[in-house]
Design a protein around this ligand. Structure first.
Ligand code: GUN
Length: 284
């Protein structure tokens, strides 16, 4: 039976460190703040934004919410981002995705000052990630790295297989594992004989976006399996990209859904917000 990698436990550990850092900065007269922009009424996005706001409150981070109507124009958003870039009392800026289809996500991401880009989506920060010169980290992949570290899972020289090549998870995940000397294979929807790759994985990260996609036969005995997916099943329950009940019997470690990677993403966002405040106040 696999050991459980608890995102609840690791995020609580990380959040405590972040809260301590916020307090230290506050004691020096430095406030830490995050501005979150949400456009339209997407119910899932509303839940995520609310969770980010609650996390800020818990850790002593000031949050500013900009809930804008569905018909907001590109120019209005650019103007808001520009204003937030220039405000000294705003350290982090996050524009919740997806945006309504009439808006151009790429140019909005590019408009956020790289020093305030707590999502680590700006091309400058993506470049820094690949050269190992960045301080801000991509939240979900950084959360996975933190989980591996907390459970003392060695990455050096290990076969790491990532399924999914999104800009938010798969690609930066591969970059972070590579930086820790993993031997990384990045698989995706066009990969031939996927199972031949996944069966070689010492560390397998599933970020495919398909419910219960990873089954027992795809997993090597004692592998570390991290599940980045989250899906609502017909019975109302949540599941991940991994068929937990099957894979649990073969893996060495496994992260559950819910209670796995989910809480880590927000914990890393909070940590990035503190890092952004430190960069802007030149205390890093
Ligand atoms: N939508 C889903 N996940 C994310 C995220 O990590 N950041 C932003 N900005 N939007 C998202």
């Amino acid at each position: 039976m696999a050991k459980i990698i608890s995102g609840k436990e690791v995020s609580a550990f990380l959040n405590q460190k972040t809260a301590d850092e916020v307090k230290l900065l506050n004691d020096k007269g430095i406030a830490v703040s995050l501005a979150v922009i949400i456009v339209g009424d997407d119910p899932a996005s509303k839940v995520y934004v609310n969770n980010k706001k609650k996390a800020c409150e818990k850790l002593g981070i000031v949050s500013f919410e900009y809930a804008l109507p569905e018909n907001t124009t590109q120019q209005e958003l650019l103007d808001l981002i520009n204003e937030l870039n220039n405000r000294n009392d705003v350290n982090g800026i996050l524009c919740q995705l997806p945006l309504p289809p009439h808006l151009d996500e790429e140019s909005l991401i590019n408009a956020i000052s790289p020093e305030k880009d707590v999502d680590c989506f700006h091309p400058v920060n993506v470049g820094r990630l690949y050269t190992g010169t960045g301080k801000l980290k991509p939240c979900t992949p950084a959360g996975v790295m933190e989980m591996l570290k907390y459970y003392d899972i060695d990455i050096q020289g290990k076969n790491c297989v990532v399924i999914g090549r999104s800009n938010i998870v798969g690609k930066p995940m591969a970059a972070l594992l590579t930086a820790q000397n993993g031997t990384v294979t990045l698989c995706h929807s066009k990969t031939k004989n996927l199972i031949e790759h996944t069966r070689k994985a010492d560390i397998l990260v599933a970020a495919v976006g398909k419910p219960k996609f990873v089954v027992k036969d795809m997993v090597k005995e004692d592998a570390v399996v991290i599940d980045v997916g989250i899906h609502r099943m017909e019975n109302g329950k949540l599941c991940g990209d991994v068929d937990f009940d099957e894979v649990e019997s073969v893996a060495g470690y496994i992260s559950p859904v819910p209670g796995g990677v989910g809480p880590m993403t927000i914990a890393e966002l909070m940590e990035n917000t503190v890092t952004a405040a430190k960069i802007q106040n030149q205390v890093i």
